[in-house]
Design a protein around this ligand. Structure first.
Ligand code: ADP
Length: 421
């Protein structure tokens, strides 16, 4: 037994060295694994140590799961971005401080703000009612909605503000309701127009029936004339019914005119005859002053008669007992020959003049607007639509309509129409 301690020492060194070698090898393997994971690479599973192989396999399973989940999320995000960019409605996402983080093209267009990112909701939205709705949403943490008409742009917007319960921000959805509103208005106006237009033939029919009832029925001279007039009014009512059927065409702004050659004096006489009963009942005199040598008009007869009837109806209504109404026609500028300006169309000017209460100068430019009435009390049962219908019809003929008036002395309504070639 010589130097047993030496043997123990050598053994201890060998064993220690082996452990140290194992330890450093393990450390470098773990460091390599950590480095792989940091670089988002799959770990090497060929390690000789079963524990390291297990660890690498588990890490690889985690990485694969993470990769497939993030690929799924990226796909969803791309799909969402595609939906947002194609949406007709505007979408804005604001953070906790009200800074815009995301805006789709529709939102940029609707708010007319090309680069809204990082700008505040107040700057981008620029409407105090909509901004107030967004503020309410932030304060109450509850969904808020608001609809407004943007002045100047004639745009009708609806905003829905939805709170983000987790991040503290908010989602703003903006819908452009301008077209829907316009269609609603067109439909409503159309129904109002029709009921307004129904009044004249109905009033005439009532007046004719009452006169017949009062004894005219027994007068062989007037009875057939009244009955003929009644048939005309019934025809006018039938035309109204036809116009109701034309609803869809009028909604799309495509009312078609049936142009024909019409003698202007005949047109005035026909409108005057149609209004005769009402005019007489109101104690007003109605005259037609029309030179016989005028050329024909190119126009839609029934619609122009509608214009004249509207104007005469007003002239009578605003003149009252003892008033005088004169219908006339003349070439707009007799000195300007059509040949002098090739291509230019000669225009005829028709007018309805009354000796009524007149129209205040301030109101004169506005009387052709829809629903505009100078003074509800003096307009009686009017709806403020008659003149806007008249303007619509005259402008569709390529003419223009206007009024001249002196308060207390009377008014003259003029409109021009193209002369037939
Ligand atoms: P309404 O149904 O109210 O008569 P209109 O569109 O025909 O609607 O006319 C609009 C307004 O213009 C009327 O409310 C009236 O105040 C004024 N007006 C129209 N014609 C005359 C007229 N001949 N004399 C005086 N005021 C008129």
């Amino acid at each position: 037994m010589s130097y047993p301690w030496l043997t123990v020492l050598v053994l201890a060194l060998v064993v220690g060295g082996w452990f140290a070698w194992r330890y450093f090898r393990l450390r470098s393997r773990v460091a390599a694994l950590a480095s792989d994971l940091r670089q988002d690479n799959l770990a090497d599973v060929s390690a000789e140590s079963p524990e390291l192989r297990d660890l690498a396999r588990s890490a690889n399973a985690l990485i694969s799961g993470f990769r497939s989940r993030s690929a799924m999320l990226a796909g969803e995000r791309d799909r969402l971005a595609a939906v947002f960019s194609q949406m007709a409605d505007g979408v804005l996402i604001a953070d906790d401080n009200g800074r815009i983080e995301m805006a789709n093209p529709a939102a940029r267009r609707l708010f007319d703000y090309p680069e809204p990112i990082t700008h505040s909701v107040t700057e981008v939205v620029r409407n105090h009612q909509l901004v107030a709705a967004w503020r309410r949403c932030r304060e109450t943490k509850a969904l808020q909605s608001e609809s407004v008409e943007i002045p100047g742009r004639r745009q009708f917007l609806q905003l829905i503000a939805v709170p983000d319960q987790h991040a503290g921000g908010s989602l703003l959805l903006v819908q452009d309701l301008t077209r829907v509103r316009r269609l609603e208005t067109v439909r409503r106006d159309f129904v109002s127009n029709i009921s307004h237009e129904l009044r004249t033939p109905l009033a005439s029919l009532r007046a004719l029936t009452e006169t017949l009832q009062d004894g005219a029925f027994l007068d062989p001279n007037t009875a057939p004339q009244f009955l003929g007039q009644m048939i005309k009014e019934v025809d006018a009512l039938t035309q109204m019914a036809q116009e109701l059927l034309d609803l869809s065409r009028i909604e799309s702004g495509q009312v078609e005119l049936a142009f024909a050659r019409i003698a202007p004096c005949e047109l005035l006489e026909s409108a005057a005859a149609r209004m005769k009963m009402q005019v007489e009942r109101a104690g007003v005199s109605l005259q037609v002053a029309c030179p016989s040598n005028l050329p024909d008009l190119s126009a839609d007869g029934p619609r122009l008669e509608q214009v004249l009837v509207n104007l005469i109806h007003n002239a009578v209504k605003f003149s009252g007992l003892g008033g005088e109404v004169v219908l006339s026609a003349e070439l707009e500028d007799p000195r300007a020959s059509v040949a002098a300006t090739p291509g230019a169309r000669a225009m005829m000017r028709l007018s309805v003049k009354d000796t009524g209460i007149g129209i205040p100068a301030d109101d004169l430019p506005r009387i052709f607007e829809r629903f505009y009435q100078v003074d509800k009390a003096r307009a009686g049962k009017g709806t403020g639509l008659g003149l806007s219908i008249a303007r619509h019809i005259v402008e569709a003929h390529g003419g223009r309509i206007w009024a001249e008036s002196t308060e207390g002395q009377g008014s003259t309504f003029f409109f021009t129409l193209p002369v037939s070639r």
